[in-house]
Design a protein around this ligand. Structure first.
Ligand SMILES: Nc1ncnc2c1ncn2[C@@H]1O[C@H](COP(=O)(O)OP(=O)(O)OP(=O)(O)O)[C@@H](O)[C@H]1O
Ligand SMILES: [Mg+2]
Length: 316
C-alpha cells in the first residue's frame, strides 16, 4: 500500500548566485513498511527532498509546485499548525549530527518526554517517562542513562537517542538523512540494523538518505537515485545494484571500493553541475559515457523498464 506519493515536486533556493533548482520535477512513491534508500552525490537534492516532505526548508527555499501525498493528504496544502501535528508523530526525521538537534542543556529522557507530551497532552508525565525509558531501551541505551546529558554519551549513543526521539510516537515514516555518516563502520552497521528492526517491528517506512550506495543497498528494499535535482532511477535494491540501467547508477556502482580489491575503482569523471545553470537536456549528459546528440538537446522522460523507473534516452 502506498504511504507517500511525491508528484512533480519542484523546490528551488533563491540565492544571490541565482535560483538553485535543487529538486526539479521529482516524483517518487513509497509503500508502507518499506525502506527506500535515496542516493546520489553531494548536491544532488536528497536532503532538499527530505526536508520538503516535512516542510522544514530554510527560508530561501520555495516549493514551486507539486504535491506530497501522505496517507491520502497533500502535506503541501496543510497549514503550519496542522503540519506541526504531523511532524514527530506521523513523520519524523533523524539528521546526521545529533548535537545540532539535541538540546545540550536538557537530559535526554526529558527531551523525549517533552516530545511525547507535545503531541499527546492526555498522557501523564509518569506515563511519558515510562515510554521514554522503553524507547531508549529499544534503541539499546541502558535505562540508567535516561538522566544523562547529550555530551555524556558517545556519538553512536547520541544517534540512538535521536532515533528513540524519532520513533517514540511510532510514526508511519522516518526520514533519516545521513544518520550514520559521522560514525565509524561498526557503529554505522548497528544503527542500520536498528532502523531495519524498527521497520520490521512496527511496519514503519524509512526514507534513508545517503551518498553511500553500498550501505543503502544492504538494507533498503528499494533504491532511488538522484542526480542534479532529478530522479534518474528507482527500483528494487537487488535490481538496481545487480543491473543498473542508468549510466549514472552504473557509475556510482563502479566507484564503490571493493574491500578485497578484486576490481578497479572507476570514478565518474567530472563534477555535478552548478544547479543555478543546470546542463540542457539530460543533466548527466556532460559526464555520461553513453551520451548521444539527443541527450544534450532534450530532457529524457521517465520510462518504465522491467518494473523499474529510469530517466534515460538509452531506453526509449
Ligand atoms: N540552504 C540552502 N541555500 C541555498 N542553496 C542550497 C541550500 N541547501 C542546499 N542548497 C543547494 O541545493 C542543491 C541540493 O542540495 P542538497 O543539500 O539537497 O543536496 P544533497 O544531495 O543532500 O547533498 P549532500 O550529499 O551534500 O547532503 C545544491 O546545489 C545545494 O548547493
Ligand atoms: Mg544532504
Amino acid at each position: 500500500m502506498t504511504l507517500l506519493k511525491i508528484n512533480n515536486l519542484k523546490v528551488y533556493y533563491y540565492t544571490r548566485r541565482g535560483i538553485v533548482k535543487a529538486v526539479d520535477n521529482v516524483s517518487l512513491a513509497m509503500n508502507k513498511g518499506e525502506m527506500v534508500g535515496l542516493v546520489g552525490e553531494s548536491g544532488s537534492g536528497k536532503s532538499t527532498l527530505g526536508l520538503s516532505i516535512i516542510r522544514v526548508l530554510p527560508p530561501q527555499a520555495k516549493i514551486i509546485s507539486g504535491s506530497v501525498i501522505f496517507n491520502g493528504t497533500d502535506l503541501l496544502k496543510l497549514s503550519e499548525r496542522e503540519m506541526r501535528k504531523i511532524r514527530g508523530k506521523e513523520i519524523s526525521m533523524v539528521f546526521q549530527d545529533p548535537l545540532t538537534s539535541l538540546d545540550p542543556l536538557q537530559k535526554i529522557g526529558d527531551q523525549i518526554v517533552e516530545t511525547i507530551l507535545e503531541h499527546e497532552p492526555n498522557i501523564s508525565k509518569q506515563e511519558a517517562y515510562n515510554m521514554a525509558k522503553k524507547a531508549l531501551q529499544e534503541v539499546g541505551i541502558p535505562p540508567d542513562r535516561i538522566g544523562n546529558y547529550p555530551h555524556q554519551l558517545s556519538g553512536g549513543q547520541r544517534q540512538r537517542v535521536m532515533i528513540a526521539l524519532a520513533m517514540v510516537l511510532k510514526p508511519k515514516l522516518i526520514i533519516a538523512d545521513e544518520p550514520t555518516t559521522a560514525l565509524d563502520v561498526i557503529v554505522q552497521d548497528r544503527i542500520m540494523e536498528l532502523l531495519s528492526a524498527l521497520k520490521k517491528e512496527y511496519g514503519m517506512s524509512i526514507l534513508f538518505i545517503t551518498h553511500d550506495l553500498a550501505l543503502a543497498a544492504e538494507r533498503s528494499d528499494k533504491i532511488a537515485v538522484m542526480y542534479a535535482g532529478h530522479l534518474y532511477e528507482y527500483g528494487s535494491s537487488t535490481d538496481v545494484v545487480n543491473k543498473p540501467l542508468h549510466p549514472y547508477t552504473e557509475g556510482l556502482i563502479e566507484s564503490i571500493p571493493d574491500v578485497f580489491m578484486r576490481k578497479e575503482i572507476k570514478e565518474i569523471p567530472g563534477q555535478p553541475p552548478d544547479l543555478t545553470k543546470p546542463p540542457s537536456g539530460c543533466r548527466f549528459h556532460p559526464r555520461c559515457p553513453y551520451r548521444m546528440p539527443k541527450c544534450s538537446r532534450e530532457e529524457p522522460p521517465i520510462l518504465q523498464v522491467n518494473g523499474r523507473l529510469v530517466k534515460c534516452w538509452l531506453y526509449s
